[in-house]
Design a protein around this ligand. Structure first.
Ligand code: SF4
Length: 512
């Protein structure tokens, strides 16, 4: 049927229509479009740290400003792949405008992300945060801190375990000692009396010891199995020990890592869809936010949050030149070391400790756990506790404990001398020599101060705000942006990926 046969009016349509004056791409972009926010903010920041990674010689490069705009806008629009970004600079008007009609290929975009932003993305991020602070959108000094585990882009089934390495090394030591003892029983004169050190033997030491045993057993009637074991030891153990040493160097303080991303550590994740408690290679991402803007981010290998607060705030200090004045965090951060660090740097700690809520709910008192410190009366004048049966618990000594970070904790001991036949023993749980309390007075004082702060009107407000400030940001990054798993491998690249993600998050939030 021809158009003239129908009585319908269509607008003129000619995809090949020419224009007298070519339009500017910018005209097609709405006034409050997020692409404009990305453009404006990146124009305002100083990219000298990125420029310094370029060489004076060679062919001209694409402008870092342009590549950064494309990447940040891509992360804002959930477009993370360099191939998709390349495609977008050819087909999507916003990317074409941001790129100034230039068309960097995916290698260029990828190289810029992995190499040029290495070590400087944190500085770029901090400049963006300072601009937002100047605009009055956030207060950089009042932070809400929390952490989440994000799965690494690594194979879940190719792992290195520190404990397994330790056991294998101990097995080699024990078997070497068995071979030595066997040789001693068959050829003690040839073997000599100087016994090698079997604890933590080096590859060279193992080679020397096996050679010595072989020499001693020459010409002797040797058990066939022992001969096989000696051949196996000579061939494999030195190489194995070399491999274990290399793996231990990669592990450092950690107990595990993935072979495909050695910087990642196996952690138990909250998101366990199979519900089988499987450990996955991951990074612990720590964020500090204010009004849901990310103010600071850091990546850690520790599965627990307790040890991450100090390095996280040290990074904050190196980025801005000062510490926050207020830090609000949950009970995972309430350790003596953290309280001491926060007070030492004049940071007001609205930081909960474990059992904070139980203390408030009086649940523990109702349950009458008689041996608990908070259920005992302390007499400061005589420096003693009075137990629920009225027995005086006098100071009986002191002890010190070093934490894994080298922090020293001091304990004062108080002892109830006679607990025999006590009707409350089942709940109080005295030892054989009576009930002993080990009191960390310093921690008790920190907790008391934290409790005063947390139960004040400001504290109650900040506790409420924490739940709606930092936690929704994790939800936004992990679920709405689909970043529950990193795309890049290695801590440096993961830091870049996170930096781009949080810059994009802040600019999206700024656009509203
Ligand atoms: S067990 Fe000992 S310390 Fe505990 S309530 Fe009884 S007497 Fe007191």
């Amino acid at each position: 049927m021809q158009k003239q046969d129908l009585n319908v009016a269509f607008k003129d349509y000619n995809p090949n229509q020419l224009m007298l004056l070519p339009p500017s791409l910018e005209e097609f972009i709405a006034p409050n479009h997020p692409g404009r926010t990305v453009n404006q903010i990146i124009e305002r920041i100083d990219l000298t740290p990125v420029y310094l990674s370029y060489s004076d010689n060679g062919a001209s490069s694409y402008h870092p400003k342009m590549l950064l705009k494309i990447l940040v806008y891509g992360y804002l629009e959930n477009c993370f792949s360099s191939r998709k970004l390349e495609k977008s600079t050819r087909e999507n008007i916003v990317y074409m405008w941001l790129a100034g009609m230039q068309r960097p290929d995916h290698h260029t975009i990828n190289r810029f992300r992995s190499e040029r932003l290495r070590g400087v993305i944190g500085e770029v991020f901090a400049q963006v945060v300072l601009l937002l602070h100047e605009e009055g959108l956030l207060d950089i000094k009042e932070v809400y801190t929390d952490g989440t585990k994000i799965e690494a882009n690594a194979n879940r089934y190719t792992f290195v375990w520190g404990k397994a390495i330790k056991k294998s090394k101990e097995r080699i030591s024990a078997q070497l000692k068995e071979l030595w003892d066997y040789a001693g029983s068959v050829a003690s004169a040839e073997l000599g009396t100087e016994e090698p050190d079997f604890v933590n033997p080096s590859p060279e030491k193992v080679t020397q010891t096996v050679e010595k045993i072989n020499r001693a057993l020459e010409g002797k009637a040797v058990d066939k199995k022992v001969k096989q074991k000696l051949d196996y030891a000579k061939k494999n153990w030195p190489a194995k020990l070399e491999e274990y040493t290399q793996k231990e160097q990669v592990l450092g303080e950690r107990n595990s890592c993935s072979k495909t991303d050695p910087d990642s550590t196996f952690m138990r994740m909250k998101e366990d869809h199979m519900k089988n408690g499987q450990l996955k290679p991951a990074y612990n991402l720590q964020l500090s936010t204010h009004r849901q803007f990310v103010v600071n981010y850091s990546i850690h290998p520790n599965p627990n949050d307790t040890l991450t607060l100090k390095p996280h705030l040290e990074l904050y200090q190196s980025r801005y030149g000062f510490y926050p004045s207020i830090c609000t965090a949950d009970a995972g951060y309430g350790s003596e070391e953290n309280y001491s660090y926060l007070e030492g740097n004049s940071i007001k700690p609205f930081v909960k400790y474990s059992l904070f809520h139980k203390e408030l709910s009086q649940e523990r008192k109702r349950n009458r756990a008689y041996g608990l410190l908070e259920n005992l009366y302390y007499d400061p004048e005589k420096d003693r506790y009075i137990c629920p049966m009225g027995q005086s618990m006098e100071a009986s000594g002191e002890s010190t404990r070093k934490t894994s970070t080298g922090f020293l904790q001091h304990f004062r001991h108080y002892r109830a001398k006679n607990c025999a036949g006590c009707p409350l023993a089942a709940s109080c749980k005295p030892g054989k020599e009576g009930k002993v309390l080990k009191v960390n007075r310093n921690l008790q004082n920190y907790k008391a101060r934290a409790k005063t702060l947390l139960t004040s009107a400001e504290g109650i407000e900040r506790r409420k705000q924490r739940a709606t400030d930092v936690e929704p940001v994790f939800g936004q990054l992990k679920y709405n942006k689909g970043r529950g798993r990193y795309m890049l491998r290695g801590k440096e690249k993961v830091e870049i990926e996170t930096g781009l993600l949080v810059i994009a998050h802040n600019l999206a939030k700024m656009t509203g």
